[in-house]
Design a protein around this ligand. Structure first.
Ligand code: HEC
Ligand code: HEC
Ligand code: HEC
Ligand code: HEC
Ligand code: HEC
Length: 284
């Protein structure tokens, strides 16, 4: 037999549960943040985090038209974050330089990867990279192309397994090995450079002169800086190589080019990747 006390307790519990339920229901039914609020706000997606994660701007075709400002509306931290001055183990960032930070062109404090490519002085002087130069898609579900019926197909070259970019079509362009064989150099550049007056232009004033005509590079600024310091050229062509392979650069025709195509160049494209080509009228 139930005592009246138990009955009241059950009633009270039901009332509390109903109130909590109603409150939660209200929370869930809150209107989604609008794009405008997102752009202005401190970044707090609340319940819309998932929606933002799968925002179509992350995928082709929308990503092809995306501007940096659109990406940065949600990903401000990409350019605002700074590296720690001291690591948790007590090592000072200022006193620890990696092998790739030894070139004479390296300046300034330690910076994040994104800042080194987008906002530091050298990046701004020589390059014109945007978010979508490297980011062409990413699958938040598995970080794998073809992982679901609605994901980008297995055949995509927009990004590769477990990565948010495709290193072979982005990083390798500026972080591959120097192809000393095709250049006929007797040894790696650091050993042979004295022989050529420490200048790439000793040969490249007349060879493969039709270069850097792409939207993400500043061709004239590169030539000016490279004429003063060969490390500028070497930096992108072997001096910071993460790879043991070299990038198969397109081989643009140049004035005075010999008519025979050497064996190694038979499979090379003769134009830059289509998505980066400049309109012919603006090429220099
Ligand atoms: C509406 C807000 C919004 C916009 C606009 C947006 N993103 Fe995102 N993005 C997110 C959210 C939220 C995530 C998921 C982050 C997480 O779960 O850690 C995400 C994830 C990512 C990731 C994967 C990060 C990781 O750690 O897995 C990359 C890369 C990325 N975005 C790049 C971009 C680029 C490039 C653009 C512009 C083309 C862009 N995003 C535009 C909100 C946005
Ligand atoms: C030089 C190529 C490059 C450019 C330019 C670039 N990114 Fe990235 N980004 C990367 C790489 C590489 C990663 C790490 C990918 C991984 O872990 O698979 C990354 C990671 C990210 C992430 C994940 C979180 C993090 O910080 O690691 C976000 C978000 C992101 N990028 C957004 C952006 C936005 C927004 C821009 C433009 C302002 C941008 N990226 C420009 C190459 C680039
Ligand atoms: C268009 C050329 C270009 C592309 C593409 C490029 N980088 Fe770089 N990268 C540079 C230059 C130039 C520097 C040197 C910047 C400096 O010293 O200030 C650099 C520096 C770096 C550094 C050293 C950063 C530091 O703080 O010392 C890393 C790591 C790096 N790149 C990784 C990558 C990865 C990974 C990718 C592909 C997602 C990539 N880069 C794509 C040109 C490029
Ligand atoms: C001894 C002359 C010589 C010097 C010095 C020289 N190069 Fe080359 N370089 C060549 C020749 C020859 C080719 C191939 C020409 C052709 O396509 O037939 C070449 C090709 C290249 C290519 C395209 C490679 C490819 O696989 O398509 C790049 C990039 C390049 N050089 C950069 C440099 C840089 C950067 C320096 C200085 C650090 C430099 N070169 C110094 C002679 C030279
Ligand atoms: C910021 C990075 C960067 C710097 C600095 C740089 N290059 Fe390049 N270079 C590239 C990239 C990326 C390509 C491929 C562009 C494309 O796809 O057409 C390239 C292409 C080339 C090619 C192949 C040309 C062809 O036939 O299309 C030569 C030769 C070359 N560079 C020489 C040089 C010389 C010489 C310097 C210094 C004056 C130099 N580079 C400085 C990134 C750089």
């Amino acid at each position: 037999m139930e005592s009246p006390k138990t009955g009241i307790l059950i009633l009270a519990l039901v009332a509390v549960a109903t109130a909590v339920g109603a409150y939660l229901g209200l929370q869930v039914r809150q209107p989604p943040q609008t794009a405008k609020a997102v752009a202005q706000g401190p970044v707090n997606f609340g319940k819309d985090h998932l929606r933002a994660t799968y925002d179509p701007i992350h995928f082709k075709p929308a990503i092809e038209q995306a501007t940096d400002a659109q990406c940065l509306a949600c990903h401000r931290e990409v350019l605002e974050d700074k590296v720690r001055e001291t690591s948790p183990a007590g090592i000072k960032a200022a006193s620890s330089k990696a092998w790739y930070q030894q070139l004479s062109t390296y300046t300034g404090e330690q910076e994040t990867f994104h800042r080194r490519h987008l906002v530091t002085p050298m990046a701004k002087e020589l390059m014109n990279l945007s978010c979508t130069t490297c980011h062409q898609g990413s699958d938040p579900r598995e970080e794998a192309p073809g992982s679901s019926a609605t994901a980008m197909p297995q055949s995509t070259d927009a990004f590769t397994l477990r990565k948010q970019v495709n290193p072979e079509t982005t990083c390798l362009k500026c972080h591959g090995r120097m192809n000393v064989q095709v250049m006929g150099l007797p040894s790696p550049w650091p050993e042979s450079k004295e022989m050529f007056g420490d200048s790439c232009l000793t040969c490249h004033a007349a060879i493969r002169t039709n270069r850097h005509q792409v939207s993400y590079l500043k061709a004239e600024a590169i030539e000016a800086a490279g004429a003063k310091n060969a490390d500028t050229c070497y930096g992108c062509h072997g001096g910071r190589s993460w790879y043991r392979i070299n990038y198969p650069y397109p081989r643009h025709a140049w004035a005075g080019m010999p008519p025979e195509v050497p064996e190694w160049a038979k499979d090379r494209p003769t134009e830059s990747e289509a998505r980066f080509q400049l309109p012919v009228a603006t090429r220099k």
